[in-house]
Ligand binder design. Structure first.
Ligand SMILES: C[S@@+](CC[C@H](N)C(=O)[O-])C[C@H]1O[C@@H](n2cnc3c(N)ncnc32)[C@H](O)[C@@H]1O
Length: 291
């Protein structure tokens, strides 16, 4: 018995593909992006897998690298391709989570409520760090992207008023994540008026409750977090990209606001979840095969 409905792909991509309407592509984000044209996406909103946190159960997934630097290098390669497909006026909103070194624990036991959190491996403590150190991945990645040519325009604190309690007594409970705003050029599109709050320019701390999407067993974007990114950095009919599409939240927000989107996701089960959320008549489904 298959848990998810069969996905009907309109086309199997081997080579370059020109995109004209909203599209979900099953494939590895780095390989898939290489098949897309230059300069056609206006805005990117995405949340890559965090390092060493979760096994999405599929070959080729990012996040299970043995070394932290390998993980950062893999993301750098993906975002170099993202920059190529982005228009010169384009903006990238990147949500990225942090974690702690594992100390001496070799693996994470199965969480009965959330089997995806079981890890067969747990990365070693990176050299230079100690057991219990905060990894600092968001800023390490931000500096690496900046050095790679991106303009780092803002860090946003995503404050989660409903953050999960933690069983720690030797530090505060973590209740925020970072969202970085990067641009391809010095001058870019940003409609500050569309995202004003309390009659003034939007601030850098955004209070948004986490809101799990019922069928997805992984962290999904609350739509409220995505909306200001899409509204401020694109106009109607323009393309929004999410190279780590998951359950398709970015696609849903794009559609509701009259934008087109490209979603790339490796796991066909998640694409099936996304398919149910998206308007079928205006969305095409493609799959990357071979290399
Ligand atoms: C944090 S989740 C994104 C969730 C998404 N923002 C949502 O709202 O549902 C990260 C996603 O990246 C996918 N992924 C991991 N490695 C990938 C790769 N190499 N290429 C494409 N997708 C990948 C995972 O399957 C997972 O769905």
């Amino acid at each position: 018995m298959t848990l998810y409905p069969q996905i009907k792909y309109e086309k199997y991509i081997r080579e370059y593909v020109d995109i004209s309407c909203s599209t979900v592509i099953e494939g590895d984000s780095y390989i898939t992006l290489q098949k897309l044209p230059d300069n056609f996406v206006q805005c990117v909103v995405t949340s890559p897998p965090y390092w060493g946190l979760r096994d999405y159960g599929i070959d080729g997934q990012i996040g299970l690298e043995a070394q932290m630097q390998q993980y950062i290098n893999n993301l750098l390669s993906v975002f170099r391709e993202v920059r190529r497909v982005l228009l010169p006026t384009g903006v990238l909103w990147l949500n990225i989570g942090d974690g702690y070194t594992s100390g001496n624990r070799g693996y994470r036991a199965v969480d009965k409520k959330n089997p995806a959190r079981a890890m067969s491996i747990r990365p070693e403590t990176p050299s230079g760090l100690k057991p219990k150190d905060l990894l600092g991945i968001p800023w390490r990645l931000a500096f690496a992207l900046q050095a790679d040519g991106w303009y780092l325009r803002s860090d946003i604190i995503w404050n989660k008023p409903n953050a999960m309690p933690e069983s720690v007594k030797d530090r505060p409970t973590r209740s925020h994540e970072y969202i970085f705003m990067f641009t391809k050029s010095e001058k870019y599109y940003y409609d500050s008026v569309s995202v004003r709050e309390d009659n003034r320019n939007r601030r850098t701390v955004w209070n948004v409750n986490t809101s799990p999407f019922p069928e997805a067993h992984f962290a999904t974007f609350p739509p409220k977090l995505v909306i200001p990114c899409v509204l401020s950095s694109s106009k109607e009919k323009e393309f929004i990209l999410d190279p780590f599409f998951g359950s398709g939240t970015v696609g849903e927000v794009a559609q509701k606001n009259g934008r087109k989107f490209i979603g790339i996701e490796l796991n066909p089960e998640y694409i099936a979840i996304a398919k149910k959320r998206l308007q079928p008549d205006i969305t095409q489904f493609l799959k990357v095969v071979g290399e």
